[in-house]
Design a protein around this ligand. Structure first.
Ligand code: ADP
Ligand code: MG
Ligand code: ZN
Length: 479
């Protein structure tokens, strides 16, 4: 048996996500990524003496919504505390966070294997600014725009035993936060970050080993790689008789290695105490029901409905719930035209191809056709008014012009509901009813053909294909 197989890996996560509020959590500065450095700042979020924080209600509401989304219990009484430490990105020298009375307690997520991962707490706090190290000669720049951005921190129990479980959990967390408009979770912008606490123990051993904490992993790939590296490092250390020191480690994605940052600090090192500038918050049942009423159906429940009620394959259900936008679009279509499978096909195959050709990714896809127009086209093909290929042509034209599909299809001569036989018999009727038409046609066929087509259109309620009518005129009028 290999060395790795003799040990169990034990992991717990601390996940930070920036809330999608318009303004910061204790001041009215903009909460916006990518603006000119130090432009979204004020005395409060730069920690000037005497400046006082005012709690952003929306941040509390979004943090409660997160709690409700993950099955946490919302605390009726919650307290903000100062976590004291000095660092240049934190000019107040304390972070406003929560320790003893966090906003949300408990909850969890069931993984696809059926394993339940328990959440310990989800609390509300503020983000720090951002340091950019340029070089020894130039030094380090600090941008306080991010300082004071509302964050939720989710802490899980040490329930994970593989990197795959961790990544699946993170994907589910991100998906739910994005679906519920709680956080945008743009990981490449640091909008969602994860600390992995990891220890190993011999198989069968009950007590946990000493853990290390890897800070601020901000992609699924680096989470995966950092876990694999750290598990191997600890197992090799233990089996050669070394001890693991409890420490914070920094993952270097380029080198594919982690290194020690500092030994682990304890809660008491931060001298947490209730922030005297912010009153404890009391939350009522009415507050909780208001937030509940804002919540939409979660992606997992939507997938279940797509498979069980709409009869879609699991794969289609997965793709159609990539974002709330796509999922809402699909459901709107089904409401307009009750043919969930056909609609899914058109979106999965045809619309997504168009999106791809336009250079949009699935995550940010916005379809260039309204639900009404897409459904009208699908219905026309299902009613056999037009074939699938014509339907695709029509879709392209609708996207190009924004016009209504039925009108366009008529203009483009696509509707084929009237048979050739019917057209011919109408032409014959005209010829026998109105001798003059036949005479005029013999003299100047072009001039009279508009009138003949008009006759047929009038007598078919505009449903005949006008090009077709024109092409059939000589068959009747030339003999
Ligand atoms: P602290 O307050 O020191 O940060 P916590 O008890 O809050 O410690 O735990 C932090 C994270 O570490 C949690 O996600 C928890 O599940 C995880 N954790 C705790 N002990 C271990 C361990 N022995 N091995 C792996 N993870 C652990
Ligand atoms: Mg911690
Ligand atoms: Zn501010």
């Amino acid at each position: 048996m290999g060395l790795m197989q003799e040990y169990d890996i034990v992991m717990g996560l601390e996940i930070h996500a920036e809330l999608a509020t318009k303004t910061k959590v204790f001041c009215s500065c903009k909460n916006e990524f990518g603006d000119e450095p130090n432009t979204n700042t004020c005395p409060v979020c730069t920690g000037m003496p005497g400046a006082l924080p005012v709690l952003n209600k929306r941040a509390v509401e979004l943090a409660m919504k997160a709690g409700l989304s993950f099955g946490s219990k919302i605390s009726k009484y919650t307290v903000f505390e100062r976590k004291n430490y000095f660092y240049p990105d934190l000019s107040k020298a304390y972070q406003i966070s929560q320790l003893v009375y966090p906003l949300n307690l408990g909850g969890g997520i069931k993984l696809s294997s059926g394993k339940f991962i328990r959440i310990n707490r989800i609390h509300l706090e503020e983000d720090a600014g951002k340091l950019t190290h340029i070089s020894k000669a130039v030094g380090t720049f600090v941008d306080y725009n991010r300082g004071g951005t509302p964050l939720i921190e989710m802490v899980t129990e040490p329930d994970f035993s593989s990197a795959d479980e961790v990544v699946e959990f993170l994907k589910r967390v991100r998906e739910i936060l994005v679906f519920e408009d709680i956080a945008r979770c743009r990981m490449e912008q640091g909008g969602m970050r994860c600390d992995v606490n990891l220890s190993v123990k011999r198989k069968g051993q009950t007590e946990f080993g000493t853990r290390t904490e890897m800070k601020n992993l901000n992609s699924f790939k680096s989470v995966q790689r950092a876990i694999e590296y750290e598990a191997k490092r600890q197992i090799e250390a233990l089996s050669s008789g070394e001890v693991i020191i409890q420490e914070t480690r920094k993952w270097d994605d380029d080198k594919g290695k982690s290194s020690s940052m500092r030994t682990k600090e304890e809660a008491q090192d931060y001298r947490y105490f209730p922030d005297p500038d912010i009153l404890p918050l009391k939350i009522t049942d009415a507050d909780i029901s208001t937030i509940k009423s804002e919540m939409v159906m979660l992606p997992e429940d939507r997938r279940k409905m797509y498979v069980e009620t709409f009869g879609l394959p699991a794969y289609d259900a997965e793709i159609l719930t990539t974002t709330k936008y796509i999922s809402d679009y699909y459901e709107n279509c089904v409401k307009l035209y009750n043919n969930p499978k056909k609609i899914s096909n058109w979106i999965m195959v045809d619309l997504l191809k168009i999106i791809k050709d336009q250079g949009q990714t699935l995550d940010e896809a916005e379809f260039p056709v309204s639900e009404q127009n897409l459904c009208a086209i699908i219905k026309m093909t299902e009613d056999k008014l037009i074939g699938k290929n014509l339907g695709l042509e029509l879709l392209a034209k609708v996207i190009e012009t924004g016009k209504e599909p039925m009108l366009l299809a008529k203009d483009m001569g696509m509707l084929v509901t009237i048979s050739d036989e019917e057209i011919i018999s109408l032409l014959k009727r005209l010829k026998s009813e109105n001798e003059k038409v036949g005479i005029d046609y013999k003299e100047e066929p072009e001039k009279i053909s508009g009138f003949i087509v008009g006759y047929v259109m009038k007598n078919t309620g505009g449903k005949a294909n006008s090009l077709k009518v024109k092409s059939l005129i000589p068959d009747v009028f030339n003999d």
